[in-house]
Ligand binder design. Structure first.
Ligand SMILES: [Zn+2]
Length: 179
């Protein structure tokens, strides 16, 4: 069947930057509900709309269509004593960006440096500022269930729906949510 609104699409992918450095080799496919539910990047939906199993393509997505430009204002320094111990580079914390105007949604900040009394946090998405190249291959297309349409996301084949949370679509990287 053709990919259309309210179909669930399984797509194998490889993600690289514009220089073809592999960023993710797609060990697990993207599985998303098609039709503007923001389960995946709009550019991916656009490329796959109307296509069928076996369709392959490569698309390039500019930062503004993906995870945004790198924003230096999202890098901030905090006192070490505000954080738990042990603290390591790479740990993530949720916080509200301070000087981004009316934006008050919580943001994930990653610890990028720890000096004596200070901690450097970066609230940019790891893929911010990078032009992304997706090699896509459609593996499966099926009609969405009523429940999936009601939830506005795909349910996995092995997912009993007991384990996943339905709030705010999550920020998991796997599905490439826009925000
Ligand atoms: Zn659900």
């Amino acid at each position: 069947m053709k990919i259309a609104k309210n179909t669930v699409v399984t797509v194998n992918y490889k993600l690289s930057d514009a220089q073809n450095n592999i960023l993710e080799d797609g060990q697990e496919p993207i599985v998303y509900l098609h039709g503007g539910y923001e389960n995946t990047l709009p550019a991916i939906e656009e490329a796959l709309d109307g296509k069928e199993v076996g369709y392959s393509t490569v698309i390039q997505v500019e930062p503004e269509e993906a995870f945004g430009e790198y924003d230096p204002a999202l890098v901030r320094m905090e006192d070490r004593d505000k954080f738990p111990s042990p603290l390591e580079v790479g740990m993530q914390f949720e916080g509200v960006p301070e000087e981004t105007g009316n934006l008050d949604e919580p943001h994930i900040f990653v610890v990028t440096d720890i000096a004596d009394e200070k901690v450097v946090l970066d609230g940019n998405h790891p893929l911010a500022g990078i032009a992304l190249r997706f090699a896509l291959n459609v593996a499966e297309v099926r009609p969405a269930t009523e429940e999936e349409i009601a939830h506005e996301h795909a349910h996995g084949a092995h997912d009993e729906h007991g384990g996943h949370q339905d709030d705010e679509g999550g920020d998991q990287f796997r599905g490439f949510p826009v925000h």
